[in-house]
Ligand binder design. Structure first.
Ligand code: PFF
Length: 522
């Protein structure tokens, strides 16, 4: 065990806010509405809620409990936590590498996208795009900003890079101040502010009425209908189920290691059962109520049913950065509402990205016994270097590639490992006692059965279908343009190297520890 005193949360509300802050992110306001609208509308909510009950909630409890348990041994990341659960197995710690690798991979593209939201908050407030009224010019504005094209709006990537630097430094600064002094402080004001902005925007949308009297069908209730009317035939598609399960993982920040790390800063007797559930429920409110009530209905009243079909399938960036500013430009006070929208996204983004950076910092601190300051510097430099290809090769599909491995595939693999460890190695009876240690609620008994059998089977099933449907075509790069293939291959090589380096670090840390233990015994 390391000698350094580990950081801790200042209050129970603090960790709930921080976990909810991690969960509530760009996924709630952009990814969810786009996925729901494209995968059967209201019918999507069936696989979505089933996944929430059978995957999301169990994983929340597994991660909060395992995190607190590992924290008791001075471990804040999966290699150490897994090792604490299964000491006899020499290899299990290497599976835990995913719990540092995954968040780091998401962090390097997530912060870049987050920086666009900060830039667009600024553009909105200062009216940089208020004159643009059609899809083409707004889309040109976005692509020039991203450095993909040059036109009258931007001559190069300079502005985007500047906002990236600001965002990146803001993230690093928050982690630098630690769990209580940085992350908790940020989330305690950012989360309520985000809810207020979200509520204001939702109210605005609800009162949009019928903006164009010549098109009475283009009204708000049909806008909600566009999202929620159910197409039950979608339930027969395996893809819809996979998308729903994937959204649950992404939105709750489970299956990746961030919650393990956050929970490792709890003390032994702190509640995890009710706190975990509260954070998850807060995320669902932000997703299903706020997230669903802004972009889609607002866009519908201005673009109508036909155009909406292409809008929802044109990708979430288009929805957030092209469609939404156009909609807001048509309303009174576009500058204020534009700012509300993008700053809401920024707050949602930064409270998520700091949680993605924390596992790597915790790993260095806990396993190498170095100071937080030093750990943050090391992470900062590494993440900064890794972010560069994301910024400069944006048009080459690098983000999609990172999102597939870091934000989709490994989540399921990692979730399966931790559930099996919890229910089968730790043992369900012991696990049940551990969940209830200091708990403020009793978990319904049925979850003993769900965690042991249903969740792992569900995860196996998802992995199996992915293997055939996605992994094979993905590996062979069938759907990737010839010109982009070298970039994708390069991304894969960098990812593999990153994984190997992290695994080597785990090996070194464990060797060091066993040497120290031997010396201690002498
Ligand atoms: N939950 C975040 C969102 O909905 O945008 C994304 C995320 C954050 C995923 C942290 C994973 C994570 F560990």
């Amino acid at each position: 065990m390391n000698k350094r005193k580990r950081d801790s949360w200042g209050s129970r509300l603090g960790i709930i806010m921080a976990v909810a802050g991690s969960a509530i992110g760009l996924g709630n306001f952009l990814r969810f509405p786009a996925k729901a609208a494209a995968n059967g509308g209201g019918a999507f909510m069936i696989p979505y809620f089933i996944s929430f009950l059978l995957l999301g909630i169990p994983l929340i409890w597994v991660e909060w409990t395992l995190g607190r348990y590992g924290g008791g041994f001075g471990h804040g990341t999966a290699p150490g936590i897994f090792h604490s659960v299964w000491r006899k197995n020499r290899f299990i710690k290497y599976f835990g590498v995913i719990g540092i690798f995954g968040p780091l991979v998401i962090f390097i593209y997530y912060t870049f996208i987050e920086s666009w939201t900060l830039a667009f908050s600024y553009f909105a407030l200062f009216g940089k795009y208020t004159a643009l009224t059609d899809q083409v010019s707004m889309s040109n504005f976005l692509t020039a900003f991203q450095g993909l094209t040059k036109n009258q709006y931007f001559q190069g990537i300079g502005t985007a890079y500047l906002f990236f630097l600001i965002t990146f430094i803001a993230n690093i600064a928050v982690i630098y101040y630690g769990i209580k002094g940085g992350i908790e402080k940020l989330c305690k004001w950012a989360l309520p502010t985000l809810f207020i902005f979200g509520l204001v925007l939702m109210m605005k949308v609800l009162f949009l009425g019928v903006p164009d009297a010549a098109k009475p069908d283009w009204n708000v209730s049909n806008g909600f209908g566009f999202l929620w009317n159910a197409d039950f035939s979608s339930l027969f598609s395996a893809k819809v189920w996979l998308e729903a399960a994937g959204q649950i993982f992404f939105t709750l920040s489970v299956g990746i290691g961030t919650i393990l790390t956050y929970a490792s800063y709890l003390s032994k007797g702190d509640d995890v059962a009710l706190s975990g559930l509260t954070a998850a429920a807060t995320n669902e409110i932000a997703e299903v109520i706020l997230g669903a009530s802004i972009v889609i209905p607002a866009a519908f009243v201005f673009f109508g049913p036909n155009e909406m079909k292409s809008i929802v399938t044109s990708g979430i960036f288009n929805l957030g950065f092209v469609t939404m500013p156009l909609v807001l430009n048509k309303l009174p006070w576009p500058q204020i509402f534009g700012f509300f929208w993008f700053f809401l996204l920024f707050l949602a983004g930064i409270t998520s990205s700091v949680s993605l950076a924390q596992p790597a910092v915790a790993f260095l601190e806990d396993e190498f016994d170095i100071s937080r300051k030093k750990a943050v510097y090391i992470l900062g430099i590494a993440a900064f270097i890794l972010s560069q290809p994301v910024i400069f090769f944006l048009g080459r599909g690098v983000v999609d590639e990172l999102d597939f491995w870091g934000g989709t595939f490994f989540l399921v693999v990692f979730a399966l490992i931790e559930t099996l460890l919890f229910a089968w190695v730790f043992g369900m009876d012991k696990a049940w006692d551990e969940i209830h240690r200091g708990a403020d609620m009793r978990v319904p008994k049925i979850y003993k059965f769900i965690i042991k059998y249903v969740t792992p089977l569900f995860l196996f099933f998802i992995l199996g279908s992915w293997f055939w449907q996605e992994l094979m075509p993905k590996m062979s790069m069938q759907n990737i343009a010839l010109a982009d293939r070298p970039y994708i291959l390069g991304t894969r090589i960098v990812l593999a190297l990153l994984f190997i380096i992290l695994a080597l670090l785990v090996r070194i840390a464990w060797k060091r520890r066993s040497r120290q233990n031997l010396e201690g015994e002498k």
